[in-house]
Ligand binder design. Structure first.
Ligand SMILES: COc1ccc([C@H]2OC(=S)NC2=O)c(OC)c1
Ligand SMILES: [Zn+2]
Length: 263
């Protein structure tokens, strides 16, 4: 029995936070999933993913009561991704993380049933076909999320600028200005990725995400992971609940194939 924040339970997936719909009725492409490496299919027609972010589009960091998000000005095509499995370019809207109370779990996706201690999501939307992020969230090809695993290892200097800002957003609904940050420093240089059709992992759980999961993790150190765990789900003045185990349980693969960009 391990504590998962505010009571002891056998596994964080049973945490009250996830008593929300763990699966949506009729959902056929829900996320996250386990990526079974040997079942993924190499697709030679997958292109390299091209990432070009403009650090001046970075706006602020805020604690939304689920995670901490770094949000970007998505009113232009200054920060975009293109290529990979994508039909056209997608605009960067925000990035955020999911993590565990302890290093044994925390990621949303698993690889051969292995959890990483945390997972980064860089969220992009299809501004070619849709007028806003809110509209794109409702469409099958509306979003593209790059997933990057975090593993325990060396200190990550780029992440440290984020970690230094976390005490200012400890409580839910707090926000601070944050500028000149280029999130490509958080993406491994190895080009290899898996891709599959999935969904958002918190409500509205819409099946609108083309997932691009990087094969290689980035390394962060114990102090940096512990800094994530000092955040709170709760607002200032409420009884404190540590923001940990903010990841959704694994969902059935159903009739999906995970493709790889590498052999
Ligand atoms: C309305 O905007 C949202 C809502 C939920 C999510 C969740 O889905 C994934 S993926 N991670 C999450 O925390 C989101 O992230 C892209 C954006
Ligand atoms: Zn996420």
């Amino acid at each position: 029995i391990k504590s998962c924040g505010n009571h002891s339970c056998p596994h964080p997936a049973l945490h009250p936070l996830w008593q929300s719909p763990l699966t949506i009725p009729g959902g056929t492409r829900q996320s996250p999933i386990n990526i079974q490496w040997r079942d993924s299919v190499y697709d030679p027609f997958l292109k390299p993913l091209k990432i070009s972010y403009d650090p001046t589009t970075c706006l602020h960091i805020w604690n939304n009561g689920y995670s901490f998000l770094v949000e970007f000005d998505d009113s232009t095509d200054k920060s975009i991704i293109v290529g990979g499995p994508l039909e056209n370019q997608y605009r960067l809207k925000q990035f955020h993380f999911h993590w565990g109370a302890i290093n044994d779990w925390g990621s949303e996706h698993t690889v051969d049933s292995k959890f990483y201690p945390a997972e980064l999501h860089l969220v992009h939307w299809n501004a070619v076909d849709y007028p806003s992020f809110e509209d794109a969230v409702m469409e099958g090809n509306g979003l593209a999320v790059i997933g990057v695993f975090l593993k325990l290892g060396a200190r990550h200097e780029g992440l440290q600028t984020l970690v230094d800002a976390l005490p200012a957003v400890r409580h839910k609904d707090t926000v601070i200005e944050f500028d000149e940050f280029d999130p490509s420093c958080l993406i491994p240089s190895c080009p290899d990725y898996w891709t599959y059709a999935g969904s958002l992992t918190t409500p509205p759980l819409t099946e609108s995400v083309t997932w691009i999961i990087k094969k290689k993790p980035i390394e962060v150190d114990e102090d940096q992971l512990e800094a994530f765990r000092t955040l709170l789900f709760t607002s200032d003045g409420e009884e404190e609940r540590r923001m940990v185990d903010n990841f959704r349980p694994l969902q059935p693969l159903m009739n999906r194939t995970v493709r790889s960009s590498f052999q």
